[in-house]
Design a protein around this ligand. Structure first.
Ligand code: XMP
Length: 304
């Protein structure tokens, strides 16, 4: 386990050493980028510019939470939903989707950086992201999915030696609110990796609502390492007296230490039934709800 008291001053020194001018930090609202933002704020003061891009692929209420928590740090919020959805039109391949989201992200940061005349970018890559990208398992948007040509003098990754539980320790020591410290991991490409096939506004709306229901039913009661819903396709169902071709939503709830391996949680039947009833009742276009039993490996935690 990392020694928090030693890690924090060292990370701040490292940022000071590398960032010799205005620096932007991309906030996602997750614990990783939040820790980076506080470290960067302590290291750079006025040279620090936190930016939050609302990709339209965020969880329900996420933008509002972030706006509230980081209001004091001069947070800039960029609403870019249309740009992301347009870039994803017709794209079905999972890796291509990840690359497009990563690239759109970085292009928007570059545009902001140019406007601010910022030269450095700080990213919240953690150790498992780095290892999995190096192993060619999946391109995490903040590592392998980066476009080839980047307009920054340097990209700084202050927590790339830490595991998730270590990042949470550091977050507590930095006095970030519990809401951030305990936050479940959320992938950089957002809800797009929880949609099999093309990303459309309709599917994003379905998956966002389903995610919110799953979180409400499972987070507090079962403390899963991660839980969410994904739209995995369409199937036939009956709603009222009418046959419909509705969305199939899969529910995932896993236990893990660091995301590199995971086990599906053994949830009580009545909990699963309640989730099914709520999702298919509250989201009219859903016809079927599944529970994913797969461990990692062979499955990954996310669907794409
Ligand atoms: P997988 O799906 O590879 O995910 O088993 C392991 C953990 O990483 C999260 N994840 C990501 N995090 N950028 C991130 O910052 C990404 O592109 C990304 N993809 C997956 C995933 O939610 C899980 O916690």
């Amino acid at each position: 386990m990392v020694k928090v008291e030693k890690f924090i001053p060292k990370a701040i020194d490292r940022i000071k050493e590398k960032a010799k001018g205005k620096t932007i930090v991309g906030l996602s609202g997750g614990v990783d980028s939040s820790v980076c933002a506080v470290l960067a704020y302590r290291a750079l003061g006025d040279l620090f510019f936190p930016i939050y891009i609302d990709t339209g692929l965020m969880r329900k209420g996420e933008t509002e939470v972030i706006e509230e928590i980081f209001a004091d740090m001069n947070l800039q919020v960029i609403h870019a939903k249309d740009r992301f959805l347009e870039a994803l039109v017709g794209v079905k391949d999972p890796e291509e989707k990840r690359k497009i989201v990563g690239e759109t992200f970085i292009r928007i940061f570059e545009e902001e950086a140019r406007e601010l005349e910022a030269e450095y970018l700080i990213q919240g890559t953690i150790y498992p992201d780095k290892i999995e990208s190096e192993g060619g398992i999946k391109s995490h948007h903040n590592v392998g999915g980066l476009p080839e040509k980047i307009d920054f003098k340097d990209i700084i990754e202050p927590i790339d030696d830490l595991y998730k539980d270590e990042v949470r320790e550091v977050a507590k020591a930095l006095e970030l609110p519990d809401e951030i410290c305990e936050r479940m991991p959320f992938p950089g490409p957002g809800l797009s990796v929880r949609i099999i096939g093309e990303v459309t506004e309709e599917k994003v709306d379905v998956v966002r609502e389903a995610n919110a229901i799953v979180e409400e039913e499972l987070l507090e009661k079962f403390k899963p390492w991660q839980t969410f819903a994904a739209v995995v396709g369409k199937g036939t169902g009956v709603k009222g007296d009418v046959r419909v071709h509705g969305w199939i939503v899969a529910v995932r709830a896993v236990g893990s230490r660091d995301g590199m391996t995971a086990e599906a949680l053994e949830l009580p039947w009545e909990t699963l039934k309640k989730i099914e009833t709520r999702i298919s009742g509250e989201i009219p276009s859903v016809a079927r709800v599944l529970y994913d039993l797969s461990p990692k490996p062979p499955a990954t935690i996310e669907f794409e």
